[in-house]
Design a protein around this ligand. Structure first.
Ligand code: F3S
Length: 61
């Protein structure tokens, strides 16, 4: 599964807290994708996407 963070992250940190395997807060203060979505973290990655308050995380099958 591919993960994209579209423009508009407000640096809330929910994604990095929810799924640190895949998301990290970068030096810019905005979230970055740091890893692949795997079977092990797919549920957390989906929760992170659903929990993003501005809905900028897109998971592509
Ligand atoms: Fe940004 Fe959404 Fe993550 S606002 S920090 S991409 S939960």
């Amino acid at each position: 599964m591919n993960v994209v963070i579209e423009d508009g992250c407000i640096s809330c940190g929910v994604c990095a807290d929810t799924c640190p395997d895949v998301f990290e807060m970068g030096d810019s203060g905005m979230a970055e994708v740091i890893g692949d979505v795997t079977e092990k973290n797919a549920v957390a990655a989906r929760e992170a996407a659903e929990g993003c308050p501005v809905s900028v995380i897109r998971l592509e099958e």
